[in-house]
Ligand binder design. Structure first.
Ligand SMILES: [Zn+2]
Length: 372
């Protein structure tokens, strides 16, 4: 009893201190490089325009900048983002995890231009892409998002804000304490730490909802920023409302979390077959396309191919287990990371692997997707 209390308290302290959270996140998502295959891409500046540790902003094309997070140094941004800059206006991409993250990106824009900001666009409702929106709101910047983003933020974040979180945290702490294997304890610990980070991020935020919903019936939409166009499109996959921003004049795509680069994706809100179709579409883009993923290093089309292979592997193993009659709860734990993806970060087993297997089982059961 005493030992358990001590361990719980110690792990709690470790994860609630910013450093503890950053160290855990850095292990989950190692510091991203540019991705070896694009290191030689002449569009990508080797020197960042701005670097705050937790993220750096670098030019990746004429008038296009990427904000890339480094979780080993802090979690202010947590996701990647960027901005597109024309002669008349700029479009900021992502609200990040905190106003400090959004402020950093805005300040980087102001280092290179004084043009008005047309809007800041959240690619989807997740906390690490939206909780810094308050900074944009205070600057009078319109916040654009998929029409489903604001209602989802209300349902998942606003409604529970400031409530007693014991009911969410206690079962995860119990799983850590009750774990009978090292891998079981590691997975439970990862789930607990991510849940604490999500809850603390929500409870400390002044939540600012997107105030300019983009209706899917009106997409794609082209925004002329002056000499450069941003094309906003909606695709199924990561959540019920995901947007991407294409810059066709530069062959660059901001994918939001429809692309996790060299990592296992978060699937708890996912439409698995929809996502695989979306990636098939992306794989048809020009071979010179540069992708700014929601998480992980910048990449070319090989980043899309890799995530497709990860989703194929999840679907393949799920199909085998389904046909063998393995119950879903067991299948969620039994998934085996193949050697070729061994170095890939998994933010948390219960946010990435478990829901992917469960959703694939549902698809097999409903007959919409036959197990291979
Ligand atoms: Zn996400």
């Amino acid at each position: 009893m005493d030992r358990r209390m001590t361990m719980t308290r110690r792990s709690f302290l470790a994860s609630t201190s910013c450093l503890g959270a950053a160290l855990w996140a850095a292990r989950a998502f190692p510091a991203p490089a540019l991705g070896a295959e694009i290191a030689g891409d002449k569009r990508v500046s080797p020197q960042p325009l701005a670097d705050k540790g937790f993220a750096s902003v670098r030019k990746i094309g004429d008038g296009v900048y990427a904000t890339i997070s480094d979780l080993s140094k802090g979690l202010e941004t947590l996701s990647n983002g960027g901005f597109i800059l024309g002669s008349d206006a700029a479009l900021l991409i992502e609200g990040f995890r905190s106003p400090a993250g959004a402020s950093f990106q805005h300040a980087a824009l102001r280092q290179v231009s004084a043009v008005p900001v047309r809007a800041a666009l959240d690619t989807h409702y997740h906390f690490d892409h939206t909780l810094g929106n308050a900074f944009y709101g205070a600057q009078g910047i319109a916040i654009w998002a998929h029409e489903k983003a604001a209602p989802l933020m209300v349902e998942r974040y606003v409604v529970g804000q400031g409530r007693d979180r014991a009911g969410q945290i206690a079962p995860l702490e119990k799983r850590v304490a009750d774990a009978t294997s090292e891998s079981g304890r590691d997975r439970a610990n990862g789930d607990l730490k991510l849940m604490k980070l999500v809850v603390e991020s929500i409870d400390s935020a002044v939540i600012s909802l997107p105030n300019h919903p983009l209706e899917t019936s009106k997409l794609p939409a082209t925004v002329d920023l002056g000499g450069i166009r941003a094309v906003i499109e909606a695709y199924p996959g990561h959540t019920p409302g995901d947007l991407i921003v294409r810059v066709p004049d530069r062959n660059i795509v901001f994918t939001g979390d429809l692309l996790f680069s060299s990592a296992y994706p978060a699937t708890f809100d996912a439409d698995m077959s929809g996502w695989r179709k979306t990636l098939e579409t992306f794989s048809g883009y020009d071979r010179e396309t540069l992708f700014v993923p929601g998480h992980g290093p910048l990449c070319g089309p090989e980043g899309i191919a890799t995530l497709r292979a990860v989703l194929d592997d999840l679907a393949g193993q799920a199909a085998q287990m389904y046909k063998a009659g393995i119950p879903v709860d067991e299948a969620q734990q039994r998934y085996a990371v193949p050697d070729r993806f061994k170095g890939f970060p998994i933010l948390a087993w219960s946010f990435c692997i478990g829901p992917a297997i469960a959703k694939l089982y549902e698809e097999f059961k409903s007959g919409g997707n036959q197990p291979g």
